[in-house]
Write a protein that binds this ligand. Structure first.
Ligand SMILES: [Zn+2]
Length: 263
């Protein structure tokens, strides 16, 4: 099987032997990974990572470029201008990782919203999808996407919201990134949500190197954990592993690849 990890940070220093990792990825059945940047400092780094990896394995690495809300203090106005340029020059798969992290102190929320809106508008301008980090902020993210009539869709990364919130995103053309969090027994609400989702609703992700699944606790998380995460989804939904593979692959292709034709 050719699995897709729709969200991992393989450019991070913890993966100090990226080429070995890339070889292992293909050998272990991982065909594509999407690596989003988190700040301007990382733009050239993820671009280089993509170029190096794809020299050996065609289309192994897709990238997204964006300014992550968690690193708000690092972002400056010229970084948005640089992003604007790179979106036309480099043509990444998506704008990301962008969003709203309302677990951060309330006094940061207004600046987070301004930064998120600016990047949603860039994605609109360049006709790209977005990769969204949304923590304690799903309703606000949805209302911003609606207000800006953002119809390109994308991925809501590490989704663990309610079924109602899932439906709101699906109506806007998004898919939900499901990962290691659902492998924990205590994640009951999430299990129920995963059981209720339509087959067209989700993609797989690890968020490597963080968010280690229950079966790999204490280890560095890598995209090679994707098949086991998929097996947990298959168990929860009472489906064959093959169906989870097919649905998650189709969903990624439909949302992320069909809208990525250069304008
Ligand atoms: Zn991430």
């Amino acid at each position: 099987m050719n699995w897709i990890d729709s969200h991992c940070h393989l450019d991070f220093e913890v993966f100090n032997e990226p080429l070995i990792l890339n070889t292992n990825l293909r050998e272990s059945g991982c065909a594509h990974v999407l690596v989003p940047a988190i700040s301007e400092q990382y733009f050239s780094r993820v671009q280089k990572f993509q170029i190096d990896a794809n020299q050996h394995h065609k289309d192994l690495v897709y990238i997204a470029l964006g300014l992550h809300p968690y690193f708000l203090k690092e972002h400056k106005a010229p970084h948005l201008e640089r992003l604007d340029c790179l979106l036309s020059e480099h043509r990444p798969m998506a704008v990301g990782e962008i969003g709203l992290d309302f677990a951060l102190p309330p006094e940061t929320h207004e600046s987070q919203i301004a930064l998120f809106e600016a990047q949603v508008l860039l994605a609109k301008k360049h006709q790209l999808t977005i990769v969204v980090h949304a923590r304690s902020s799903h309703d606000r993210v949805c209302s911003i996407l609606k207000r800006h009539k953002f119809i390109n869709g994308g991925i809501i990364h590490a989704f663990s919201g309610s079924f109602q919130q899932a439906q709101n995103y699906l109506r806007l053309g998004f898919v939900l990134g499901l990962g290691g969090a659902l492998t924990y027994d205590r994640a009951r609400a999430m299990h129920k949500m995963v059981q209720q989702l339509p087959s067209s609703a989700y993609v797989l992700e690890t968020d490597s190197p963080d968010m280690a699944p229950a079966f790999a606790r204490g280890q560095v998380n890598t995209p090679m954990n994707i098949p086991k995460i998929a097996q947990s989804i298959a168990n929860l939904r009472g489906e064959a592993l093959d169906k989870v593979y097919q649905d998650s692959t189709d969903n990624f292709m439909r949302v992320m690849l069909s809208s990525n034709d250069p304008v």
